[in-house]
Design a protein around this ligand. Structure first.
Ligand code: ATP
Ligand code: MG
Length: 237
């Protein structure tokens, strides 16, 4: 098993009150899978992704990566795991606006301490694949929302991560660009990567291998995928 979350609980203090966001949540993901997670705004999708990438520590529960327990309490191990094995596209991009597109894409490799000829070539290929080649020397802050989203995708892939976490990756994109992004994700799946997407986008939900719904702090077995498929089918008939 590539990734397994066992009995995860997470609560936040909101206005002095402890509010449970994730409650005894279980989740698993395999290599070569695209999993979509949907659910109402505020149900905990981003929190779940942040727990997988170690940016947020659960109150209780365990995470297993390649069947080995992840040492959640050890910041060094967590940041190494995050940097080497996980690529993330954040809901709010988190680009460095006054650095170039190329520099943003290379950032995780710089953190890993590995920027050599191959990595720069990889960055160039990612910029070509995401249609950003002509912008490579442009400051990231000057790009459109959709272009920033594509920089975030290229940056997430620079270290060849095994797991790609994508938080609303098509929220700022038109249909055609969404399809292009999804084709890149399909390609990654075929290379054996695992892609976990938090999304409301019906196109993303339709094309995922599995679609889960989050409700009351848990991941529910869901018929969202079928419902979405039917809706899309009806809208085209
Ligand atoms: N760092 C934090 N401190 C306190 N509360 C938080 C924190 N992060 C998230 N929350 C709260 O946890 C709940 C879940 O937030 P989260 O961002 O995970 O939801 P979401 O499902 O991603 O929503 P959306 O679809 O709007 O992106 C919300 O009520 C939010 O206010
Ligand atoms: Mg969110």
């Amino acid at each position: 098993m590539l990734l397994y979350l066992d009995n995860i609980c997470k609560s936040y203090k909101i206005s002095g009150e402890k509010i449970s966001v994730l409650s005894h949540l279980n989740f698993s993901a395999q290599r070569g899978e695209i999993i979509s997670i949907t659910g109402r705004s505020g149900c905990g999708k981003t929190t779940l992704l942040n727990i997988i990438n170690g940016l947020c520590r659960p109150d209780s529960g365990n995470i297993f990566f390649h069947d080995k327990k992840v040492p959640l309490w050890c910041d060094i191990s967590m940041s190494s795991l995050r940097n080497k094995k996980i690529g993330q596209i954040f809901q709010t991009f988190r680009l460095i606006d006054n650095e170039t597109v190329l520099s943003n894409v290379l950032l995780p490799a710089r953190i890993k301490g590995k920027v050599n000829k191959e990595v720069i070539e990889q960055a160039h290929n990612l910029l070509k694949d995401t249609g950003l080649w002509m912008y490579k020397e442009q400051k990231a802050g000057l790009l459109s929302g959709g272009q920033k989203q594509r920089v975030a995708l290229a940056r997430a892939l620079i270290n060849n991560p095994e797991i790609i976490l994508a938080d609303e990756p098509t929220a700022n994109l038109d249909n055609d660009t969404s399809k292009e992004i999804f084709n890149i994700l399909i390609n990654l799946k075929q290379q054996g990567r695992c892609i976990i997407i938090a999304t409301h986008d019906p196109y993303m939900l339709k094309l995922a291998d599995k679609t889960y719904k989050m409700e009351n702090g848990k991941i529910l077995k869901s018929d969202v995928k079928n419902t979405t498929r039917n809706r899309l089918r009806n809208s085209h008939s």
